[in-house]
Design a binder for this molecule. Structure first.
Ligand code: NAP
Length: 410
């Protein structure tokens, strides 16, 4: 059985992996220019297709039938070849967003929901929200409700970002400032790379419900896989696949005192997980052509910290890395956002008397206990997970994999 994803530019698609987790069919990327669309759809080279930007509307004239949902939304993201060879178009984004909304725990009935953007995904989001009883307002750069008259909607309870603003690599941008909304309960962002967009980081800081679009991506794929195979797939599989994809896409960042084992553990962990290991201090040394002690003695600590923040900002937006950080990175509060955006942050705790000091300018000053007392609350504040590293490195790595992946890791 040959399935795949049809789109114009598909370089960073996660769909092959996601479908691979759901069902055993072949899943390919079909990157086609607009002029190739008709010939491809008529070629019969596929049994099932997912469709993405910019073809969700463009495929419709070549299909023999549409489900009610696809007709209502005017957009198709799933095509199935029926036994008689005819093509049926469906929209599983509706199920995907509906499932994302339920999972968020937000109740929208009778509340004002702002949907940012007026493209294809926005139409799906609007349909789901309206069906759940929300009072939907579309914020569009060119509509009656736009980014210049948001004061009319201070009472909004839910915001859904259906624009690409904030997507990797332009992660510093947010489509909207949240401080102007008095009754906000939650923010849903359809973007899943990075895991926490600038908008979601702001929502999280305000204590609001904040969810990214990975669940929607996985849920819509599950429904597509059911259409392709004709067999039901349990909802538990959505949870499992979501968990696997989240861990695969996220970085794992190791923080902790100088010499606590971040590089050793990081290298072993990356090998076990098939992730790429990066030592932030090594990147700084490579970029400057100087060792860390040389940078400290030539330019001082403040200069080093600025370099370190730039390096962490760049590493933090990438995916699938294990990153060993310098022991003092937690002293710069802005580093938290850079690392938290796309990573699980792990604090490696090691007994002070076991910490080596060679090649570590601050540790050599002989004040390790004071340094630990000062940094301990910072490590705690940064960490998602805290793990002891006082035994053999391979034991720490196994413990960490167990905490991160549980029974999912094979
Ligand atoms: P689209 O059809 O191109 O629509 C995006 C809309 O965003 C545009 O119509 C535009 O609305 C607005 N927009 C575009 N550039 C903007 C900018 N620079 N500033 C402010 N607004 C801008 O794309 P789409 O298919 O709807 O996808 C939208 C986003 O949702 C993408 O990031 C996509 O990856 C994501 N998505 C995720 C899933 C998932 O499963 N998680 C599924 C579908 C889509 P106005 O002109 O009205 O301002």
């Amino acid at each position: 059985m040959q399935c795949g994803l049809l789109g114009e530019k598909l370089c960073h698609s996660y769909s092959p992996q996601i479908h691979g987790y759901f069902a055993p069919y072949n899943y390919m990327l079909f990157e086609k220019a607009p002029g190739e669309l008709e010939a491809f759809l008529r070629s019969g080279q596929f049994s099932g297709l997912n469709v993405t930007i910019p073809y969700k509307k463009a495929v419709i004239p070549y299909l023999d039938a549409l489900t009610d949902r696809a007709r209502e939304l005017g957009a198709v993201n799933t095509i199935v070849r029926r036994p008689d060879g005819t093509l049926l178009g469906h929209n599983t984004d509706y199920y995907g967003f509906s499932s994302m909304l339920s999972r968020s725990g937000l109740s929208v009935k009778g509340k004002k929901a702002l949907v940012l953007g007026s493209g294809g995904a926005s139409a799906t989001v609007q349909a789901v929200l309206k069906e759940k009883g929300a009072n939907v307002v579309v914020i569009s750069r060119t509509g009656d409700n736009h980014y210049g008259n948001l004061h009319l909607h201070r009472d909004a309870a839910i915001i859904v970002n259906a624009t690409p603003v904030g997507t990797y690599p332009e992660v510093a941008y947010s489509p909207i400032e949240l401080s102007q909304f008095d009754n906000l309960e939650g923010v849903l962002d359809l973007i899943y790379n990075p895991a926490r967009t600038q908008l979601l980081l702001e929502a999280e800081k305000r204590g609001l419900i904040a969810e990214n679009g990975l669940w929607m991506l996985v849920a819509q794929a599950k429904e597509s896989a059911q259409w392709f195979t004709g067999s039901p797939i349990s909802d538990i599989r959505t949870e499992e696949v979501y968990h696997k994809m989240r861990l695969q896409m996220n970085n794992i960042v190791l923080i902790g005192m100088p010499g606590c084992g971040k590089s050793t553990i990081g290298k072993q962990l990356s090998e076990k997980l098939g992730k790429t290991f990066v030592d932030a201090d090594a990147v700084i040394e490579q970029q400057t052509g100087m060792s860390i002690p040389e940078i400290f003695s030539a330019h001082g600590q403040a200069y080093f910290r600025n370099l370190e923040t730039d390096v962490l900002a760049n590493l933090g937006i990438r995916s699938g890395l294990v990153i060993a950080t310098g022991g003092g990175c937690v002293t710069q509060p802005e580093n938290y956002l850079h690392l938290h955006r796309n990573s699980t942050i792990v604090w490696l705790e090691r007994n002070l008397h076991s910490l080596p000091t060679d090649g570590r300018p601050l540790s050599q000053a002989g004040n390790l206990p004071q340094m630990y007392q000062a940094r301990k609350p910072l490590y705690q504040a940064f960490a998602d997970i805290t793990l002891e590293n006082n035994g053999m490195p391979n034991e720490t790595v196994e413990n960490l994999i167990q905490v991160l992946y549980g029974e999912d890791f094979r």
